[in-house]
Design a protein around this ligand. Structure first.
Ligand SMILES: Nc1nc2c(ncn2[C@@H]2O[C@H](COP(=O)(O)OP(=O)(O)OP(=O)(O)O)[C@@H](O)[C@H]2O)c(=O)[nH]1
Ligand SMILES: [Mg+2]
Length: 443
């Protein structure tokens, strides 16, 4: 991500750019977050992006001000703080309109970013796959496009002096700058179109792979949750995989899928997804199409919550709201409370009560992904939840079709099995995706 004047936000070798943070608690936004908590999170984001936070200010408001988001008195306060601390950047915790950013940059005489731009910068640093990079670039251009403005004052000046021939000089003055702006817009539009094409290609490939996966009938489970909740650690713990897990926001941007064997030898596919965060514009989450598709296709969601985070309740609410906005809130979901190893002194049996107090569902499973605590129970609960999402069938499978019997053993749940003269009589449940293959043997 670059600032509006085209410079990189920071580089790792140079001293870290100092930043002042500005937050607002806007009552009309009805957010469960306090400005202090939200600013603490913004400071973590700034740190992840490689910036040094040197101060923060917030204001309580009924409504944002149209010109600067915050009020005129606050703008002066921010200007003073910025000068005193020598900060080279001011970061707002809320999304600013292009005009607000412009006004603030003019009045504060320094680069101004909002939370979205900061998150985009982190995304750009963390995207590792080809698709992830394409997606981030697309999101960056979409963010940049309405914020483009004339930056070629040297051209304007030349035009101003030499452009006296046009009426009043105004047209001449504006000409080259506007032309450059038009060229830039057109270039970005072309790049956006190209990125979309490339993404569509990647998407088609994935669709083929997914079709194959679907026909195999292996249930798919998606890990969802707030950033840093421990999703990747849980994926690693359950599958023996080695996905990057870090004490960092947005460590994971590209979904990873692993095969996992659950109690009773049930095979499932477990997918790690990009974490959610409050005030992340939904269209930005939507840019992570692979994540969305994984969540959409999943038979079951595991909502991972860091129980030990002071804002665990706000985190869980944010995740639920995001899922709702993405239109996937009606999936069967298990809530997994992670990091219980950090709660020394708390009896695991009290975790349910604690969860209920925090407004979380009380039928939760407490685990420590890091220590491997509670994973057997989690496995059993997953198997039970998947069984509920299956179809109950009573079939007689002829002995020539023993392949179907073993398929049922691998993928389904058996309540009763008898070997009789006509074949194997099975009463139990099988994933929806496989039910069709057994239809002709239903009794
Ligand atoms: N104490 C403790 N720490 C944990 C546990 N699970 C994860 N962590 C730590 O929490 C941090 C975040 O873990 P990740 O697995 O990267 O979290 P994530 O949800 O994948 O995060 P993003 O990919 O950034 O959304 C890491 O430092 C982990 O070591 C746990 O059970 N106990
Ligand atoms: Mg992760």
């Amino acid at each position: 991500m670059r600032t509006h004047d085209g410079k990189r936000l920071h580089s790792t070798s140079a001293p870290r750019t100092r930043a002042v943070l500005v937050g607002a608690e806007v009552s009309s936004f009805h957010s469960p977050w306090s400005a202090e908590d939200s600013l603490r999170e913004l400071a973590l984001l700034a740190d992840t992006a490689g910036l040094e936070v040197v101060g923060s200010i917030y204001q309580k408001l009924d409504q944002p001000f149209p010109k600067h988001f915050i009020g005129p008195g606050k703008v002066r306060e921010v200007a003073e703080l910025r000068e005193r601390t020598g900060a080279g950047l001011v970061i707002f915790d809320d999304e600013l309109s292009p005009a607000q950013t412009r006004n603030l940059e003019e009045d504060l005489q320094v680069g101004v970013l909002d939370r979205t731009a900061l998150i985009l910068d982190i995304f750009a640093q963390h995207a590792r796959t080809h698709e992830g990079r394409l997606q981030v670039e697309l999101a960056q251009y979409n963010y940049m496009l309405p914020r483009l403005r004339r930056q070629w004052s040297h051209l304007e000046r030349q035009a101003g002096t030499g452009g006296g021939t046009s009426a009043g000089g105004v047209v001449g003055l504006r000409g080259p700058g506007e032309t450059q702006l038009e060229i830039d817009r057109r270039l970005i539009d072309q790049r956006i179109a190209l990125l979309k094409e490339q993404l569509a290609d990647v998407h088609r490939h994935r669709e083929l792979y997914r079709e194959r996966r679907k026909s195999s009938g292996v249930p798919v489970i998606a890990l969802v949750g707030y950033t840093n909740a421990g999703k990747s650690t849980l994926l690693n713990a359950l599958s023996g995989a080695d996905v990057l897990a870090e004490d960092q926001l947005f460590a994971t941007l590209d979904p990873t899928t692993r095969q996992v064997t659950l109690p009773g030898n049930h095979q499932v596919l477990l997918t790690d997804t990009v974490g959610f965060i409050q005030k992340l514009p939904t269209q930005l989450v939507a840019a992570f199409r692979a994540t969305l598709e994984e969540i959409n296709q999943a038979d079951l969601l595991l909502h991972v919550v860091d129980l030990t985070h002071p804002n665990a309740q706000e985190h869980a609410q944010t995740v639920e709201k995001t899922l709702e906005e993405l239109g996937v809130s009606r999936k069967p979901t298990l809530t997994v409370l992670n990091k219980v190893d950090k709660l020394d002194g708390i009896d695991p049996s009290e975790v349910g009560t604690l969860a209920a107090e925090m407004g979380l569902p009380s039928d939760v499973i407490a685990v420590s992904a890091q220590r491997g605590w509670g994973l057997d129970l989690l496995g059993e609960r997953i198997v039970a939840a998947l069984a509920e999402a299956m179809v109950a069938l009573d079939v007689m499978i002829p002995y020539q079709r023993n392949d179907l019997v073993s398929l049922w053993h691998r993928r389904g749940v058996i309540d009763r099995e008898e070997y009789v003269s006509e074949g194997t009589h099975i009463h139990g449940r099988i994933p929806h995706a496989l039910a069709q293959q057994f239809e002709r043997f239903v009794r």
